[in-house]
Design a protein around this ligand. Structure first.
Ligand code: PLP
Length: 387
């Protein structure tokens, strides 16, 4: 049997895969089992932040594997402590809880909010407000937080205590806070799965003010937008606000599973012994990879991300077959005349791997994609959209 047939027979059918078997890669290029080359404009959905098998990343991982690949959280390990320090220094947050995925990073944020609010504002203060069209993960509780009904339908009953409002509608949050007590609001600064839609800076700033006034925790889901993706280390930094909790994953460890929940001053002491835990969370190899990544996301790299973003926005603006361009940094959505799925399928034939997000073609290239490779991919995408 071929790998594709084996996968179809034995792997749970939750993914509608393209008929491509990727066997290797280097940087922003990958090769399939027939030796065909592709430019990777999806990075495993924003994960391989510095590309495939990047040398700096690989050395950080290999050096740590030589020392110790795992220790339980009963003991201290250097990469975990150094990464937590680095994340706090770069964000102003005070404590970090490490997990293994974006959903788990959000799950921890939700637990922090529930405990903080019940201790400070009473057991009836538990409602967490999310935005319509958001995406926060696939565990039952993060599904409940996700403001898209179609994800909910097959999995009732969901975790109670979530309500969703439209992005930008602060009045709806205020109204909710008068009918139920709101413990926290969780938002993505750019809704990724929802179609690469940035929320407005005015809304985020006004929300920050309102949450501070009402002692509501403002939690930013940076699972997709984080770790340099939008041209700042974290997307909220584009809006000059300070959140109370930040969750991140995907690009953090560049291809190894690591989630992080960053907790700001207000709630820094909420989690105590036994309140939360994870066998693999804070794994030294994943943390060494993340430390290497975060150290590389400096001002020069972020400047370069913004320059490449400008190039992509300019390339696709007013291009034939493209109705609009949305997003921030190297997180870009193209509203195309032809269905996005069709565009992506033709791009694969022509050697470029892209993603979709709802009705958009979504591009999440490596932060360090070489300019000539980026141009090559952009030319293909532009031509396919125009056909
Ligand atoms: N939050 C956001 C904003 C995401 O985009 C995703 C995944 O796409 C998640 C959470 C869930 O992350 P994971 O699949 O690592 O659990």
């Amino acid at each position: 049997m071929s790998i594709i047939e084996l996968d179809k027979q034995y792997v749970a059918g939750t993914y509608n895969r393209f008929p491509v078997e990727i066997v290797s890669g280097k940087g922003s290029l990958v090769w399939d089992s027939n030796g065909k080359e592709y430019v990777d404009m999806g990075t495993g959905i924003g994960v391989t932040a510095f590309g495939i098998s990047d040398d700096v990343w690989k050395n950080a991982v290999m050096e740590q594997i030589e020392r110790v690949q795992h220790m339980s959280n009963l003991y201290y390990t250097e990469p975990c402590a150094l990464l937590a320090q680095k994340l706090c220094e770069r964000t102003g947050m005070k404590k970090v809880f490490f997990s293994n995925s974006g959903a788990e990073a959000n799950e921890c944020a939700i637990k922090v909010a529930r405990k903080y609010a019940s201790e400070k504002r009473g057991a009836d203060c538990y409602t967490i407000v999310t935005l319509n069209n958001s995406f926060h993960g696939r565990t039952l509780t993060t599904l409940s937080a996700t403001g898209q009904e179609h994800y909910h339908e097959l999995f009732q009953p969901l975790t109670p205590g979530f309500a969703s409002v439209d992005a930008g509608d602060l009045e709806a949050i205020k109204a909710l806070n008068e009918s139920v007590k709101v413990a926290a609001v969780i938002i993505e600064c750019v809704q990724g799965e929802g179609g690469v839609l940035p929320v407005s800076a005015d809304f985020v700033k006004a929300l920050r003010e309102y949450c501070t006034q009402e002692d509501i925790l403002l939690m930013i889901d940076e699972v997709q937008t984080g770790n340099g993706r939008t041209g700042q280390l974290y997307a909220y930094m584009n809006f000059e606000i300070e959140p109370d909790v930040v969750s991140t994953a995907k690009g953090l460890a560049g291809g190894l599973p690591l989630g992080a929940t960053l907790i700001g001053e207000k709630a820094q002491n909420v989690l105590g012994f036994g309140d939360h835990g994870s066998t693999f969370g804070g794994n030294p190899v994943c943390c060494a990879a993340a430390l290497s990544n975060i150290n590389r996301i400096d001002d020069a790299l972020l400047e370069d991300v913004r320059a490449k973003s400008k190039f992509l926005f300019e390339t696709f603006a007013d291009a034939p077959g493209i109705k609009s361009v949305s997003g921030m940094g190297l997180m870009i959505g193209l509203e195309t005349v032809k269905p996005a799925g069709e565009i992506v399928a033709v791009c694969i034939e022509k050697g470029v791997l892209c993603l979709t997000a709802k009705d958009k073609v979504r591009l999440l290239p490596a932060l360090n994609i070489p300019m000539d490779v980026l141009k090559r991919a952009a030319d293909v995408i532009k031509a396919v959209c125009a056909e």
